[in-house]
Ligand binder design. Sequence first.
Ligand code: ACO
Length: 720
Amino acid sequence: MSRTVLVAPTGHGVGLTSTCLGLVRALQQRGVDVAFYKPLAQPGSEAGQPDRSTALVRLTAGLSAPEPIPADEVEARLSQSGLDELMQEVVATSEPVCSAHDVVVAEGLVPAEGLVYSGRVNMALAKALDADVVLVGAPGPGTSPGHLAETMAIAAQSYRSNEQDRVVGAIVNRASSTMPADVGTMAAALRERGLPLAGVVPFSRELTWPRVQDIVRALQARGLRVEPMNEGEPDRRVKEVIVAAQGLPGLLPVLREGVLVIVPGDRHEVILSSCLAAMNGARLAGLLLSVGIEPDPRVWELCRPAARSGLPIFLSPELSYETATVVHDIDPQVPTDDLERAGKVTATVAASLDDGWLATLSGTTHARRLSPPAFRHRLTSAARAAAKRIVLPEGTEPRTLQAAVLCQELGIARPVLLGQRDEVTAQAAGLGLALPGGTEVIDPVEVAERYVGPLVEARRHKGMTEDMARDQLADPITVGTMMLRLDEVDGLVAGARHTTAATLRPALQLLGTAPGAGLVSSVFFMCLPDEVVVYGDCAVNPSPSAAQLADIARQSAATARAFGIEPRVAMISFSTGTSGAGADVDKVAEATRLVRQLEPELVVDGPLQYDAASVASVARTKAPGSVVAGRATVFIFPDLNTGNTTYKAVQRSADVVSIGPVLQGLAKPVNDLSRGALVEDIVYTISVTAIQAAQRAGEAPVAATGAAGDRGPGAPVLAR
Ligand code: ACO
């Protein structure tokens, strides 16, 4: 199973990219199949330029990392449609990488100036990618190990929720002499705060040395027309910069290897001395002539031998102070074409990471959680792959109509709208919508007669006559259900106007239960902040018996599995084990026994209280040893009063998106909508229905669909 590790900074200038490069290298050295992925380009990076981190990983590790979502697109999405939609897109681009490698190192955003949202985005990335988190911090001048550990512990709090701690390690980068690279002290300070030390990377000045060409590029990037008088060897490293203001006697001792001399072009004695020093073996980094004055041609003639020996000499139009300021402010990050420096940085970080800690990264991982953006992405992409025809009997209902248009445009399904054609067109026009080409509209009144015979046939044993059938077929839901019964469509979605009973009854009567199902029940996919869990039955069976409850549990586990959620089933009660007693508890205990008997390999436990089922610390006290308690993903409620009340309470009070009710146990896919459904809810319900139709036809389940990862034009991204 693939593991994603999000590398996140605890501040600005901590060397995030270098750390990622080193981590990738260290894992490669251990033989781990590792990939790199930077989901979002760092805002502030030059538009049209390839992402720096991604380019460097390609350069140093030879990995074909995908391009991140461009920075301008990130900001546009954040301001217009919000974080959820952005995360859904991240999941879409990450899936091909995650499914193809054992470990994916993902780089977060750096909190650069003005990037107030970087922390929130990094937290959302960790959740969306269900990632473990490695924090990177760097000591400032005079920072003690204790203070640095404190800062990192504060950052770690952001990645803890509902007792889940995503932070698996902390890397201290650029540990200098002011914060001794004493691994033991640092490890102890972090351990005290519950953070495992993954490595201390010593500060090395060598890793900061730019090349002369980098400095020239920086000057040019600031709009300075820096002209080469002699290109020389532009790869020479600039280890030190001096502004030659002093007289010669003071200057001569500093004309040494790696020094870039900034001097006005008319200071001939300094220029000649520098060239002489170069001729005598001092491998100066270069001469940067300021004030835009070229040296006297006779002096320049004397400089030629030094220039021929490779000394880079450039002319800057700015005054010496301005030139020096730009040079001082040069971006400390490794340029994407500096293989030598990138290689050294990578090797230094890789060598500083703890071997034992690295081993834990390629080992077992936390129990996987399917995040809401990942779930929603899977729904829409799997529905696209299924390409099913879904009938929408409430064809003139505005939200249904909008959802149909979206599904048709995004290729999520081929909707069939039931309604009087003029009415549908007028309603669409009123909503400012044009029905996309290929959208089917069928007038149920026109076609009803065609289903009279088959309906009588289906319900003859219940005394159905032709007149009664005509009466029933006045209801478009019955017409749609008959279309499904006769395999003219692949699924049905209704309920934006009708009650659950009105939507469901025709399906129960005309489609019946699927082979092996004792009853029809339902689940909601509850998109909790960290993961999607399943609640059943919250919509259909008012008062199930123990045997029916067992059936509901098994059906819900199968639905969870089919939609990519690993089922760990909790049979919910007001009692955990024998803490409470009575007929209601006995029913849940009996249902649990039946599930175990009928499906021994299913992970199930009960009776469990909701807190014991969902919260690890409560589980340790109330149900120690339970394989489900504290980590349940499927919650089965004892009756409809409890289930319906709980789902609505969680949905409304915790502002949680719930997708459903998704019906299970029906012979053919029909799904109901809440009358308060939003357009997006309807799109997701249509997606679920299309997927169920594909599953019924024996096509690929959601978890295995290869459709994920498509972010080409029209790739469906819907989210709240
Ligand atoms: N599974 C399989 N078949 C069923 C089920 C079931 N759970 N329930 C009823 N049936 C069958 C019956 O056997 C009958 O079959 P038959 O006609 O071939 O003999 C057929 O369905 C119709 O039965 P009725 O008795 O007419 O239907 P009933 O009155 O039992 O209604 C219904 C079924 C609509 C599901 C009912 O149980 C109900 O109203 N449930 C609650 C719905 C609700 O209000 N939910 C809460 C709101 S939803 C929300 O909040 C999103």
